[in-house]
Each structure stands twice: as C-alpha cells, then as structure tokens.
Design a protein around this ligand. Sequence first.
Ligand code: SF4
Length: 74
Amino acid sequence: MCRNELSIDYLGNVYDCDFNQMENIPAQTNKIEKITVAKLLEANSLDIIEQVQTANYCYGCTAGCGSSCSGSLI
Ligand code: SF4
C-alpha cells in the first residue's frame, strides 16, 4: 500500500498506509514535518514525502502475503 496509496485521517493528516495511521506514525517531509492534505495541495506534489515510515509490522507486508495490504517494499 505504501508504494502507491496513502491513508488520510479525518483531520487531514497523511499516512503511508493504514497500519501507520493506526499506530499514529504520519508521513513526514525531509524536515521531519507531519504531512497534511493542505501541505500536499500546497506543494502540488507527492515528492514531499521523503521516505516511507516503517515498523516491525512491515515484515508482514514485505513477505507479500502477511498483511491485508499485501504490499511489498522490496
Ligand atoms: S510495508 Fe509497512 S509502510 Fe508499507 S504498507 Fe506495509 S505496513 Fe505500511
């Protein structure tokens, strides 16, 4: 999911995926600022998301079949 989709909460905060949203790990700029829909619209680009935030549950995704999003970083 984090490679081609985003999760957005009701306050407009942007997350790389729904797992990160549930863990409250927001997408960040290279200046470590939380990304919101307003910031994305202002930048007019998704490139302000510097890197995907990861955690242990990503292993379930990178395995390709462990989690509901079934994404894969590698
Ligand atoms: S690999 Fe990690 S960041 Fe990417 S979708 Fe899966 S849980 Fe989210």
